[in-house]
Design a protein around this ligand. Structure first.
Ligand SMILES: NC(=O)c1ccc[n+]([C@@H]2O[C@H](COP(=O)([O-])OP(=O)(O)OC[C@H]3O[C@@H](n4cnc5c(N)ncnc54)[C@H](O)[C@@H]3O)[C@@H](O)[C@H]2O)c1
Length: 253
């Protein structure tokens, strides 16, 4: 059987981080050419090398994807280098350490990175997909896009991730007839720099998050990446506007 992403071109944002890197490698193993997007050149280039080792072609395009011109450059680099854009995993995001302070600047910056960046990605990715008459996009929310997950003082993160789900539904409906699918991933706690930043707050927090899910453990980045890869693939051909939880049972409680 052929590989799922043979001759397909995929953008992964936040691909220097844990989930994005796992996805970039996973897409490459299925035959994709991968555009690695991240703010940090060092980790982006590391991912590019790992993608090549996995058998994929890859370039890194580094920049702040909350800025319109940077996202435009990201998408045009993909098309100029590989000829088209088939799929995108819009995964970059932050969890601000000082969310609990109800600071307006923190709130605005969180929305710029977690929500505006995904809006800008859709703005530039969808026209390229329309040219080819098909496409698949996976945005990234969190279980905190669905519930507050027992975290009472995360107004910016929780509301930005709720909004990503709304943005995804709006885009999915707008382009359903044009064969462009848009879905959103809602992970629980995943082993990454982001979750480590939160767990480092206290031993109590670490114990709580490690045992957050009924499965009694946190997710490995690859377990979340697999869901994004499936949603982008033709195997999910009738799935659009869907919020997929990958949370070890947390939201089933
Ligand atoms: N780790 C978790 O427990 C968890 C849980 C639910 C949802 N998520 C979501 O999954 C996504 C990936 O998280 P992760 O755990 O891999 O985190 P991570 O910190 O390992 O990776 C995030 C990446 O995004 C990049 N990034 C941040 N701001 C950027 C910007 N302005 N422009 C370009 N790149 C930028 C960072 O440099 C980093 O490499 C995020 O959207 C996050 O909210 C993570």
């Amino acid at each position: 059987m052929g590989r799922l992403f043979e001759n397909r071109v995929v953008i992964v944002t936040g691909a220097g981080g844990a989930i994005g890197r796992a996805a970039a490698i996973g897409f490459a193993k299925e035959g994709a050419s991968v555009i690695v997007s991240d703010l940090k050149p060092d980790t982006a280039h590391e991912t590019t090398e790992l993608v090549k080792q996995a058998g994929g072609q890859s370039i890194a395009v580094c920049g702040d994807i909350s800025i319109d011109a940077e996202v435009q450059r990201l998408v045009s680099s993909a098309v100029e280098t590989f000829g088209s854009l088939d799929c995108a995993f819009n995964n970059a995001g932050i969890t601000p350490a000082d969310d609990h302070t109800w600071n307006e600047d923190v709130f605005r910056r969180t929305f710029e990175i977690n929500l505006l960046s995904q809006f800008l990605c859709l703005k530039y990715q969808i026209p390229e997909m329309l040219k080819r008459g098909r496409g698949a996009i996976v945005n990234t929310a969190s279980i905190m896009g669905l519930v507050s997950a027992g975290e009472p003082a995360t107004p910016a993160y929780t509301s930005s991730k709720h909004a990503v789900i709304g943005l995804t539904k709006a885009a999915a409906l707008a382009y359903a007839k044009q064969n462009i699918r848009v879905n959103v991933l809602c992970p629980g706690v995943v082993r990454s720099a982001m979750s480590e930043q939160v767990m480092a707050i206290s031993e109590d927090m670490r114990a709580r998050l490690m045992n957050h899910a009924p499965m009694g453990r946190i997710a490995e980045p690859e377990e979340v990446a697999e869901a994004a890869i499936w949603l982008c693939s033709d195997k999910a051909s009738f799935v659009t506007g869907h919020s997929m939880v990958v949370d070890g049972g947390f939201t089933a409680q």
